[in-house]
Design a protein around this ligand. Sequence first.
Ligand SMILES: Nc1ncnc2c1ncn2[C@@H]1O[C@H](COP(=O)(O)OP(=O)(O)OP(=O)(O)O)[C@@H](O)[C@H]1O
Ligand SMILES: [Mg+2]
Length: 246
Amino acid sequence: MAVHDVMERPVHARKSGRKKSEVTTSHPAPSAKPYQFKRLVVTSPKGGSGKTGTTRNLAVAAVLNGYRVATVDLDPQGSLTRWWQKRPEEATSIDHFGAHIRDIGAVLAEVKDYDLVLYDTPTSVEEYLEEMKALIVACDMALITTQETDDDLDSVLPWMDAVRKYQRNTAFLFNKIKPRTVMFTDARNRVVGNGYQACPVEVPDYTDIATAGNQGIGVLELRGAKGRDHISGVWGFVRASVGLSL
Ligand SMILES: Nc1ncnc2c1ncn2[C@@H]1O[C@H](COP(=O)(O)OP(=O)(O)OP(=O)(O)O)[C@@H](O)[C@H]1O
Ligand SMILES: [Mg+2]
């Protein structure tokens, strides 16, 4: 079954980000490098913690590094899809797919011919536990986004415990945080002190990150933007963790 056959809404049909003249088939020419085919899932039961922002910024970082990249929007809100639709013509191409999380089996079977496929997921993880499990098992890494309040940690720590049953390669990503505050330091200590892995680079709350998102680009595509170094650092950690070779 083709992914677009399982789409609920036409806006979620598969599209190529390439301009027409540059569209290539989804199968490599015999001489092309084989796809590395790594999958990353970005998940968190906490709304607004940065799942979509992280997915798109890492997708942009990967494509700027020369990897063949696809993003998959499994959130019925469709924020990642709307971001992708806003991408300027001249921006480096990212292929995009959208589907309902209940069709995860078909999506996993279909979206394959890439070096890296990034999955953005809904906040409502409890509603789709079986589907989330299927996705998490199939991925090479699960990244859990969180801010630094106790409310955030009380919600994401149990979810991390659930995710870790199905995926050995997990990490928290502190996002939209206020660095150099006691609250952030305490939160990071609580995470690492309980044996969880955290991305060693945190992403502060920077307006430029939201501004880039509004424009359909990643912060790495916004000249002089605050947060570029942070996203580069997170990308370096994720690239190495999923096992993408250079
Ligand atoms: N580090 C950051 N600094 C500033 N703004 C950010 C940052 N990360 C995300 N944002 C912005 O915060 C808002 C919420 O982030 P985002 O949509 O990525 O969260 P989410 O976890 O996907 O939310 P939802 O649960 O609704 O899907 C967005 O407007 C986004 O651009
Ligand atoms: Mg989102």
